[in-house]
Design a protein around this ligand. Structure first.
Ligand SMILES: [Zn+2]
Length: 431
């Protein structure tokens, strides 16, 4: 813990102590000097006496009765927290700390979005406390970042690409993630601000981590691109370029990086439409993503709508195309407007209306009910017979398609498979 540089630092140190204060004898005497320093009318002045006072407090925190031994039989709670440049974690049993951990974030990691930092804090805590928690099923992790709790419950592939790598790392551990208001996470918060400077070696490790993370992003991007027949590499560069001049996405990126306000009212109007998706947004490759879909800047939306509409495949198929690749708030409405006004799509739809599918009852044994039909390949006629229960099929080449020939062929098949109760056909002339 570095030396406090202002009243705020002292406040945090004291907050940390108060959390476990019940276990420290004569706490108020020990913190008297520091509390004096916090008073409004006191001018900031830090000297050896304060140093001494802080030292005593630190000692209290790092030995019994506050710091307790790990007990295999007690449930575990881990408090985690992340702030701008550091992570903190504290493993507790029975409300008393068993181990503390903190870490500074590398330059690259500091650029993570707030939610990414918070999840990273979970990964960091689990890996640091590996020996205590691996294989246990009664671990609770407490975070002050509400969206994390829902993200962690979703399938990994549905998460923003940046979080996927971290979620994969967490697969090794069994834990329950719960939300706790920030004011209850004193220790983790204080630790996340009180990291020691990283030794050079660990910095290298974390930058390697970052590369790995980029690889995951690259794979996701490639997957998205291959799904997106219309998004070529050229298009990708165009997207990146137009992003630079888009106020809306610039603001959106700022929110993703620095975290969203807790209240929707505090969000600037321009990006309010994104509020409902804020947990699914991430930044990778200079683009904003909603899950695996690229968030398209205003300037390019019209263009991409046109691309999606190529071939006049109708509203549903267009929506499907869009759902795999691109996104902006109201994209479905824009598509509906475009296509409901397109005469070609409308005619196509009318010609293509199909009879509704009629579900049939599944028989209770194989070969009780079979369906049969005729078909032709390269001028040769065939008879097909499919069992409704197992989908097992029989196929026979036909010499001709007369009733006599069909009866003969069916008799052949029935002699091998048994006689069904019901035979369904489309009532062609032969049947
Ligand atoms: Zn059309």
């Amino acid at each position: 813990m570095p030396k406090p540089g202002n009243k705020k630092d002292v406040e945090r140190s004291l907050g940390l102590i108060t959390y476990v204060g019940a276990f420290i004898p004569n706490l108020s005497d020990k913190t008297l000097l520091l509390r004096e320093l916090l008073k409004k009318e006191t001018e900031w002045h830090w000297d050896e006496r304060h140093d001494e006072c802080l030292k005593v407090i630190k000692q209290c925190l790092s030995k019994p009765p506050v710091l307790r031994h790990y007990d295999l039989d007690l449930p575990i709670t881990i408090l985690v927290d992340a702030n701008k440049s550091g992570l903190g974690a504290c493993l507790m049993q029975k409300g008393m700390p068993v181990c503390y951990a903190s870490k500074s974030l590398s330059k690259a990691e500091q650029r993570y979005a707030q939610i990414e930092k918070e999840l990273y804090a979970c990964v960091f805590a689990c890996e640091r406390c590996h020996a205590y928690i691996y294989g246990r099923t009664d671990v609770v992790i407490e975070t002050d970042h509400k969206p994390l709790v829902s993200i962690i419950k979703k399938p990994i592939v549905d998460s923003p690409s940046r979080l996927q790598r971290m979620l994969l790392k967490l697969q090794r551990y069994t834990f329950k993630l719960v939300y706790k208001a920030g004011k209850h996470l004193f220790i983790a918060d204080a630790l996340s601000r009180a990291y020691e400077p990283e030794p050079a070696l660990s910095v290298q490790v974390s930058s390697a981590d970052y590369t790995q993370h980029d690889e995951v992003c690259a794979i996701t991007r490639d997957m998205a691109l291959s799904a997106a027949t219309d998004v070529t590499d050229l298009q990708f560069i165009k997207l990146q370029k137009s992003l630079e001049n888009d106020d809306e996405l610039a603001l959106l990126r700022k929110y993703i990086r620095e975290g969203w306000p807790t209240n929707k009212h505090d969000v600037i109007d321009l990006v309010k439409p994104y509020w409902g998706y804020k947990e699914n947004l991430s930044i990778a490759y200079g683009l904003v993503w909603k899950d695996q879909r690229i968030v398209v800047p205003k300037l390019l939306r019209k263009d991409l709508l046109k691309k999606i509409h190529v071939g006049h495949v109708g509203l549903q198929k267009c929506q499907l195309r869009a759902r795999e690749t691109i996104f902006w708030p109201g994209i479905n409405n824009d598509l509906t407007n475009l296509i409901s006004n397109c005469s070609i799509c409308l005619t196509y739809r009318k010609n293509n209306q199909k009879e509704e599918m009629q579900p049939h009852e599944i028989p209770d044994r194989p070969w009780a009910k079979v369906g049969t039909d005729l078909f032709q390949i390269k001028g040769v006629d065939y008879l097909l017979l499919v069992d409704y229960y197992s989908k097992f099929f029989e196929m026979e080449k036909l010499q001709c398609t007369t009733s006599a020939s069909i009866i003969e062929t069916l008799k052949n098949i029935f002699s091998r498979q048994g006689i069904p109760n019901v035979v369904m056909s489309d009532c062609g002339p032969q049947f």
